[in-house]
Design a protein around this ligand. Sequence first.
Ligand SMILES: O=C(O)CCC(=O)C(=O)O
Length: 281
Amino acid sequence: MPSLTHLPADCTVDDMLEVSDRDGGLIVEGWLHADLVDRLNAELDPLLAAHMGTDSGSAASDEFLGHRTRRLQGLAVKAPTFVEILTDDRLFGYAMAIVGPISPTVILNNGEVIDIGPGESAQPWHRDDDAWIHANAPAPLMVNTIAALVDITADMGGTQVAPGSHRWDDPERVPTEAETVACELSAGAALFFRGDVLHAGGANTTADRCRRALSTGICAGWLRPVENSYTNVPVAAAATLPDRARELLGYAFYDASSIGGGYLGYHDMGDPKKLFDTAEG
Ligand SMILES: O=C(O)CCC(=O)C(=O)O
């Protein structure tokens, strides 16, 4: 049976890249400290309790997202502890190393709590990169992480992964059960994977346990992300955040002139960072 490599909490980005290149994904134990997980969960508890279900306006999208799955975005506003995760050096380093060959900067694709409830069925196998079907780039368009906010067992809907599927020639190939792993994660551990790896949220066959996890996806700076951070985290909220968080939320100019590319994301013909200039600065 295939497996994913577990790296210790103090692993380096280079350690992660070595495994990621071979398998497409890996697990970092203890990526989030227990106190951070506790703080984030305390912020999320009332939001998830009040959750009304997903109504995206598209039946196909709702089916994909899951009728028994509670999802939350806009976390930099709703659950400020998320900003500590968003600005993590290793997440940034992993994303830049993998997406950097096709983009000088990266932005947040999605910061999303995914709470898979009892009775939820498994998602279809997919690659995150397939959100942008015509991009056809020579490197992954994004990386994703699924961090466990509770202890996650396979029967709660642990993420299913097909290790090595980033190297498959046939884009239509569907993994057999023998080619897949259902990730079991201790609270605080995180699955890291490239956007070209086949994966899916698993079925939750338990009677009463929710699989609470945080997906933090980072994509090329020139893409339209899954999450609309400008509406979810408007300017006034972004103004309170650290520089890296703002940049990852898209409040930064994209300049690819050094690699023969163009300029994107002007605010009023300038760098959106000017929005945050202080009178003194
Ligand atoms: O929840 C998971 O484990 C994976 C979710 C996922 O792949 C998605 O929603 O696109």
